[in-house]
Write a protein of this length. Structure first.
Ligand SMILES: [Zn+2]
Lengths: 322, 325
């Protein structure tokens, strides 16, 4: 998998070229001791406009690429940028601690909350340690433990979803991955404290849904959420994984698609160029959204929450009754 | 004629299912069978009533020379013997896949099944390529409106609700309509305080409904969870194959989980695991026996024993007042 330095968003190529030209002119002006600031300003303006144009017309597949950007902020970064006093808690008490799913205690402003989510690595070494952010069953079981703990102490739960998909591994199957995912979904359905879900990057099928059934489901502008990866869908539909961009279109996996399908409640805007270009402002926007949503949920008693949560997911299907 | 005297077709649906089975190459004298089968199809179609018990259809004459090769031991089995043995290989106990109605007939007390929510069927919410065609084709092959048949029944005299999936309906995949039928069944069980039995045969979520199919994992799980409110028993039966999003939702959350022998059960597919991790997978990986060994299921029960086992389990959970004097 690519790391930060060589991961290219190919649709940004014209932008990169403009940036390169600006840099060349700067060097040239420096050498020749001439003032070219007007020319530079002109190209910079052009670059800004082009960037806006590109980002206004991103295709679903381009959004998938942004969502997978190796520099995209992860839960551990958000834990510092959005929350105060984060203390990470480890382990499922059954088998081991899964570094692909992290969680712990934190304050949102001054409200104590439990936060948890999948954690990707920032480089190859960390990615291997964290299994590229794909939890094993013990990761989901840690999530369940932390959520039950939150319930016991009346803390709201905030989950951060960023996972390519459930992990296809021998040990994961041996230790009952299917059961662990289902159990997490079930426990979340019965949790008596408010739950807010933020899909920050990849919402990869069952691995995402395992921590995805909240009272509110929010989603970053360029995140995606899908029942299958575009590559997987393409290889089933057209026997060709390179048709992924076409598959990304038909799967309706962007934040706006999901808002339209009434699967999520809110799209959180990202800075121009994607969350990775400005994690601080991204975090601030997420925090704002978390605060106003949590404020609303805190006004409801637990029985109300449970009924609302059940009905919320209950009405998501589309079918015909003849 | 000696052969066809006792020949009894379980029902039309299952016969056609075998023809269109992707593994259908193992039929011998397939062409002969196909031409004759069409005749039977037309004849039976008039008699098929979706709510009727298959056994009410009576004896049918079929030409002889119908044989099937066991997928596991290659034994050539005479069709009649296979039917009599509930589609279990008499030699090696290999369990052939069976359709929803055939399964219902095997499980419930004769005449006790009453179908519910029969009119719920799939639409094409995302306008997904080739989905409409897939739905119509599945409807034709299976004569079902959706990949699960739901209703009430009795087993060993105990009333219950029953949901049986059919792998031949778009791989038994769980889309909105299938999820809706299951959730309504769970809700019906909660209202009427009846135990629930589901029989899964599924390849996972229905990709053609995108995120909406994924959300069916959430709704079915939450509906199962609510059964606890009234201490309602949920027995989940896993048959070949139960994988992906169906296994990772309601099917793995039974109070008691039963599998048929040798069924493929798991979350991630073996091929994907091998491609991603380059791990060598042990023989029997993700088969019922493997799951039992790893503590994921309660019991493995032979198809011939299934009804009896269910009756015993249901009786264990019948409500009684314990009078202590
Ligand atoms: Zn055999």
């Amino acid at each position: 998998m690519a790391n930060g330095s060589n991961y290219n968003l190919d649709f940004e190529k014209p932008l990169k070229e403009l940036e390169k030209r600006i840099e060349e002119i700067r060097v040239f002006a420096e050498e020749k001791k001439i003032d070219m600031s007007e020319e530079i300003a002109r190209i910079e303006d052009k670059s800004r406009k082009l960037k806006k144009e590109i980002y206004e017309k991103l295709t679903p597949w381009q959004k998938v690429q942004i969502a997978r950007h190796p520099k995209r902020p992860t839960l551990l970064e958000y834990s510092e940028l959005i929350f105060n006093g984060f203390i990470e808690l480890h382990g499922d008490r059954l088998y081991r601690d899964d570094p692909a799913l992290v969680g712990g205690l934190a304050y949102l402003d001054d409200i104590p909350v439990t936060i948890l989510g999948q954690q990707k690595g920032k480089d190859t070494k960390e990615n291997i340690y964290r299994n590229f952010g794909m939890p094993h069953p013990e990761g989901y079981r840690k999530a369940i433990r932390l959520m039950k703990q939150a319930e016991k102490f009346g803390r709201p739960v905030i989950t951060f979803v960023d996972v390519a998909g459930a992990f296809p591994g021998k040990e994961a199957e041996e230790r009952g991955q299917g059961e662990a995912v289902a159990k997490a979904i079930m426990e979340m359905g019965a949790l008596t404290v408010p739950i807010i879900v933020v899909v920050t990057g990849e919402g990869g099928s069952g691995g995402a849904l395992a921590i995805g059934t909240g009272d509110r489901v929010l989603m970053l502008e360029h995140a995606y959420y899908s029942v299958i990866s575009p590559e997987g869908c393409a290889s089933i539909l057209w026997k060709n994984a390179t048709e992924a961009s076409k598959a990304a279109e038909v799967l309706r996996l962007t934040a706006n698609d999901l808002l339209e399908l009434e699967v999520i409640d809110e799209v959180i805007p990202e800075p121009l160029g994607g969350a990775h270009t400005d994690p601080v402002s991204t975090a601030a926007t997420i925090k704002e959204s978390l605060c106003h949503n949590l404020w609303e949920l805190l006004h409801r008693d637990s029985q109300e929450l449970l009924v609302m949560r059940y009905n919320k997911f209950r009405k998501m299907g589309r079918y015909i009754e003849e | 004629m000696r052969i066809s005297d006792n020949f009894k077709v379980l029902n039309y649906k299952e016969a056609v299912f075998d023809l269109d089975d992707e593994r259908g190459d193992d039929w011998l004298l397939k062409d002969l069978f196909r031409s004759k089968q069409k005749y039977v199809t037309i004849k039976q179609r008039e008699e098929v009533d979706s709510s009727a018990q298959p056994e009410q259809q009576g004896k049918k004459e079929l030409p002889d020379g119908l044989w099937k090769k066991c997928e596991q031991c290659n034994q050539i089995i005479y069709h009649k013997d296979l039917e009599k043995n509930l589609k279990v290989c008499p030699k090696c106990q290999y369990h052939f896949r069976i359709g929803a109605w055939e399964r219902i007939k095997i499980l419930v007390d004769p005449g006790s099944f009453k179908e519910l929510f029969a009119n719920i069927t799939s639409c094409d919410p995302l306008n997904f390529p080739e989905y409409q065609e897939k739905i119509s084709k599945s409807k034709k092959i299976t004569e079902l409106k959706e990949g699960v048949v739901t209703g009430t029944a009795k087993i060993g005299g105990v009333p219950l609700v029953l949901g049986v999936m059919d792998f031949n309906f778009i791989g038994g995949s769980m889309g909105s309509a299938l999820g809706e039928k299951l959730v309504r069944l769970f809700e019906y069980a909660l209202t009427h305080e009846l135990p629930v039995v589901t029989v899964s045969a599924a390849g996972g979520a229905r990709m053609q409904e995108g995120i909406l199919s994924l959300m069916q994992m959430a709704t079915t799980c939450q509906a199962v969870n609510r059964l606890a409110e009234k201490s309602i028993l949920f027995i989940s039966i896993l048959t070949d194959p139960t994988t992906g999003g169906v296994f990772a939702s309601f099917a793995s959350q039974g109070d008691i989980i039963i599998a048929e022998p040798g069924a493929l059960i798991g979350f991630a597919g073996a091929r994907v695991i091998q491609q991603t991790t380059r791990q060598t997978l042990p023989p029997g990986f993700q088969r019922s026996e493997f799951l039992l060994e790893h503590g994921i299921i309660d019991l493995i029960v032979n198809r011939k024993e299934l009804r009896n086992t269910l009756a015993r389990l249901l009786r264990f959970h019948q409500r009684r007042k314990l009078e202590i004097s």
